[in-house]
Design a protein around this ligand. Sequence first.
Ligand code: PMP
Length: 382
Amino acid sequence: MIKSRLLTPGPTPIPERVQQAMARPIVYHRGAEIAALVKEVNEGLRRVFPTEGDILLFAASGTGVMEAAVVNLMRRGDRALVIRAGKFGERWGDVCAAFGVEVAGLDLPWGASVDPGQVAGRLRADPTIRAVFATQSETSTGGLHDIEGIGRAMRGSEALLVVDAVSSTGAHPLPPEAWGVDCVITASQKGLMTPPGIGVVTLGRRAWEATERSDLPKHYWSFRMTKAALEKGGSTPATPATTLLMGLREALAMIHEEGIEEVWRRHARHAEAFRAATGAIGLEVFPECPSNALTGVLLPDSLDARDLAGRMKSRYGIVVGEGLDRLAGRLIRLSNLGYMDDLDVIATLSAFEMVLREMGWASALGAGVSTAERVLTEMKQG
Ligand code: PMP
């Protein structure tokens, strides 16, 4: 018998409590019940970032709310600085280009993290830039960008800071007001421990001002229409993803029972265990500044990541992320995002080591596991 364990950086496993919450009968989406549900979800989400700003919900994946941010905040022909050091940074550029927003790329090698000073330099050199699009945790590489530093470097600039937190929500704080972030987008299927299908947007005052100037075509994605519906009836203009909202309410309750700061600490401990174990196995952590959501492990030429991931799944039921696009075959992404405990980390490393041994990688069996056990106990005690 093989048990299936999902350790990809999204979608992530769903806690039993969340599954049960979603097994409840469907309710009418215009009733008081949904208004109360949306209110609870919004309050729970506010404490996750944390933010005092507005939260809007869409039935959408993460890419949907990326598009929503672009069409609500930008004007046709505006210039946007797009930080690109992986697949999802590149996606910001693709969405901007699709709507006629001119992309000024701040292009770095995949896996690098931007120096906030570079963002400030580009803004000084080009005052026509209206917004900076960044990614907090670049899921394709496991890299982390210093959003607090970027926000600080942009202080005094009129350009908006728009951040994709799809894989960092719940793993890293992102307080928009304190860090000078105007708009954050995220999605339900990762740190929020809910199935795919809810897109989340946070908006501050400057972002709302930008929505008044924006002339890009939109209807379903309109932030102003969505806010008006929230204020009028407590729900969304179109039918919300009611079942997923019930799941998300439960997931948020779990997050706040654990305590959001404890959730961040847990992600830090697990990611540190993965990183230390990677070194003990004799492999390399790929990104320059790793995120606490996942660990990108670079494989030597002698090992193929697709083969390795395939064996982990078929032998041990452990599903990990493979490299995307230009990293296909070269990178394994071990995730600790969302509903994860210490033994998920240990089980993943154990399967990783056994498969590496089978593929001829000559590190001692248990080297990664014992290192992870040490990190987990030390960080727990500390
Ligand atoms: N941004 C990041 C950082 C992501 O990890 C993902 C999903 N892997 C997306 C955007 C796109 O989200 P979705 O697949 O939900 O559209």
